[in-house]
Design a protein around this ligand. Structure first.
Ligand SMILES: *Cc1c(COP(=O)(O)O)cnc(C)c1O
Length: 411
């Protein structure tokens, strides 16, 4: 199917935009059954079943109760400047945000549900720029930070100063001091970063932010809906949220490990007063989008109240058991090396014995989704495990990986 598409980009480039042949807008409609059949056929081109997809699937299926919540909230929406017509939907969002604030150590935190982590990070950078109003504004972030900060910098006219990495990919904290100058508007760190799932030292960032009087934004896209529950399970979780006094804003994605439908991210500030610097006139629109679907708010509110911390703890216990099973299995395979022992739900392995691009394609052929990336000239296979993955899937995956390795030629 892909061959009929034109490719945008040079051959051999890592990613190319696929551009389909021209397509007229249909003159006549098709009957329901016929078009649904076509739709199914199209969706069948998706390569993997959710339970066998460890590629860039982070959420798996949302919690089943969201189907009912979505249905009930269908067609409802709200806008911050008109709080009457959909008062109930509006309050669902405000209350869902409050619950996430409490989960992240600041019951007084306020914010919004956004269209995704990218929008949340963009708002955070805009807010920092508008609060500080510095000339030629700069932001400081580890090289492992998410791409959305590059977009934000480009859109908002910010300069990025990157914190270089140690060999274990943690940021060189001793370099932060010399990167700060009169133009610095904020520090950014991740809890955890998205490639290996390793925590930035948020506490150290918080101390520096307080000492140097800077704003600090924590990107907890993955962390917000796993770290609090890992803490309850007795894992040694470093502090990462509003309990650290230097943290001024945070974001977390409900569609990563929060069991919410795509897409629902939360942007939060420690105190609503920080939002006042964003010029909204009478619209009160602090986000990038204006009209908000009611579905996201209804789903978030419903799942939080239905599962409670106890429900999330059960889910997270399960997913971490699956992660450990896979990590142990990979460690037993001679010639493969885990880049780090997984802390959350992300694993990555490399090899100087096997051609991992071959391993990746063979796994794909067998119906298993993994992500292949090149890092410092070496192939890395990355897996993201989500709550849909059963232990039986994990065992089948390890079998498939073992078989694939047996059949793969040495370099
Ligand atoms: C996923 C992710 C984002 C971006 O979130 P989207 O919802 O894809 O826009 C930002 N930061 C981190 C660390 C992430 O993992």
């Amino acid at each position: 199917m892909v061959r009929a598409y034109a490719e945008f980009g040079e051959p051999g480039e890592k990613t190319k935009l696929l551009i389909p042949p021209t397509l007229p807008f249909p003159r006549k409609g098709l009957p329901k059954n016929a078009i649904i059949k076509q739709l199914k056929k199209k969706l069948n081109q998706n390569l993997y079943a959710s339970s066998r997809n460890f590629s860039i699937v982070y959420a798996g299926h949302p919690h089943p109760i969201t189907r009912r919540a979505s249905q009930l909230a269908e067609g409802t929406f709200f806008a911050d400047w008109e709080q009457d017509s959909f008062r109930g939907t509006y309050l669902l969002e405000k209350e869902a945000v409050r619950m996430v604030g409490s989960l992240l150590g600041a019951p007084n935190a306020f914010g919004f549900i956004t269209s995704g982590g990218t929008e949340s990070n963009l708002i955070a950078m805009r807010m920092a720029r508008d609060i500080t109003r510095k000339k030629r504004p700069e932001i400081i972030l580890p090289e492992t930070a998410h791409f959305s900060f590059k977009s934000a910098a480009e859109l908002l006219g910010l300069k990025i100063r990157y914190i270089p990495l140690n060999p274990d990919m943690s940021p060189k904290m001793e370099d932060v001091g010399r990167l700060i100058n009169d133009h610095t508007i904020c520090l950014v760190c991740s809890a955890p970063e998205a490639f290996l799932g390793q925590m930035d030292p948020v506490k150290e960032f918080s101390e520096i932010a307080l000492r140097r009087n800077l704003l600090l934004h924590v990107d907890a896209a993955f962390g917000g809906f796993i770290l609090p529950f890992m803490h309850e399970l007795g894992y040694d979780v470093p502090q990462f949220d509003f309990r650290l006094p230097g943290v001024t804003s945070m974001m977390t994605d409900g569609h990563k490990l929060g069991l919410l439908p795509l897409t629902a991210s939360f942007f939060l500030v420690r105190d609503a007063k920080y939002l006042m610097s964003i010029p909204t006139e009478d619209t009160l629109i602090h986000t990038i989008t204006s009209t908000k679907p009611g579905r996201q708010a209804a789903c978030a509110w419903t799942v939080f109240k239905h599962l409670g911390k106890e429900g999330y703890v059960r889910e997270i216990r399960h997913v971490l058991e699956v992660v450990n099973l896979i990590a142990d299995g990979i460690e037993k395979i001679e010639g493969l090396r885990l880049m780090a022992r997984p802390f959350i739900t992300i694993l990555a392995f490399t090899s100087n014995v096997y051609d991992l691009s071959q391993v990746h394609s063979e796994l794909q052929r067998k119906g298993w989704g993994t992500l292949l990336e090149k890092r410092h000239g070496a192939w890395v296979v990355r897996l993201s495990i989500h709550p849909d993955v059963r232990k039986s899937n994990a065992r089948l995956f390890l079998e498939a990986l073992n078989d694939t390795i047996q059949a793969t030629s040495h370099h």
